[in-house]
Design a protein around this ligand. Structure first.
Ligand SMILES: Cc1cc2nc3c(=O)[nH]c(=O)nc-3n(C[C@H](O)[C@H](O)[C@H](O)COP(=O)(O)O)c2cc1C
Length: 208
């Protein structure tokens, strides 16, 4: 499917057929998520694919969103520590070694990783978690579009109780739960939901 058509077709699907989703399609959705750009190529996302019905129901209940009935539930998680100085340096050095940036070690260690603007670890754990969450959202956006391309539907589910899901899934402390992404064949064909008028949103050359 052409990209613009996929963007226009995507809308949140909240009713799914019980038809299982083919593994090849799921693999493609996940691969597209992994192609998303991320700050310093840190890729702080982790995706846990849950298909077992009982597990899905337990997670949905823990999340406070028991309506989730898709045959696949991707629990989209993050690792704030991917923004630690050590990990961030590794991914930046990899980009540098590929010739993406022309940085010597002094520039990398003292200017880039010494800057509050470039290096979230300098602003503390909360900033690292927020940054990790932002990157996850880009990957989820890619997955929602690839799902449409594969004839599937998704609904981004952010209104959850992440700590309860964390507990239910027995995740390590280093991993946080961000979003749930149910995926399956749509059992509804909703009209596109309204968007604000472009006049409110888009400005050319100057605001207002
Ligand atoms: C970050 C985020 C969190 C969302 N959380 C929920 C949610 O918890 N439950 C839900 O039913 N929809 C959720 N949505 C879907 C929005 O309600 C939906 O995108 C919006 O109403 C526009 O509709 P559309 O996606 O069909 O274009 C979320 C969307 C985003 C981007």
């Amino acid at each position: 499917m052409e990209l613009t058509a996929a963007i226009e077709k995507r809308c949140s699907i909240r009713r799914f057929k019980p038809t299982p989703v083919e593994k090849a399609k799921l693999d493609r959705v996940l691969a597209s998520g992994m192609r998303a750009p991320s700050w310093g190529n840190t890729q702080p996302w982790r995706f846990i694919v849950v298909q077992d019905k009982e597990r899905r129901e337990a997670i949905a209940k823990a999340a406070g969103q028991p309506f989730l009935n898709a045959p696949v539930l991707i629990v989209c998680c993050g690792v704030a520590d991917d923004f630690s100085r050590k990990h961030h340096r590794q991914t930046l050095a990899q980009l540098r070694d590929l010739g993406v940036m022309e940085w010597d070690d002094n520039m990398l260690d003292n200017v880039v990783l010494g800057s509050d603007a470039y290096a979230p670890y300098r602003l503390g754990q909360q900033a690292m978690t927020i940054r990790a969450g932002e990157q996850i959202m880009i990957a989820v956006a890619y997955m929602t579009l690839e799902a449409v391309n594969q004839g599937l539907g998704t609904c981004w589910v952010g209104a959850i109780t992440p700590k309860e899901v964390h507990k239910e899934m027995n995740l390590p402390d280093s991993v946080f739960v961000h979003t749930l992404l149910p995926i399956g064949y749509p059992d509804e064909d909703p009209k596109p939901r309204p968007r604000r008028d472009a006049k409110e949103i888009i400005f050319w050359e100057k605001y207002g």
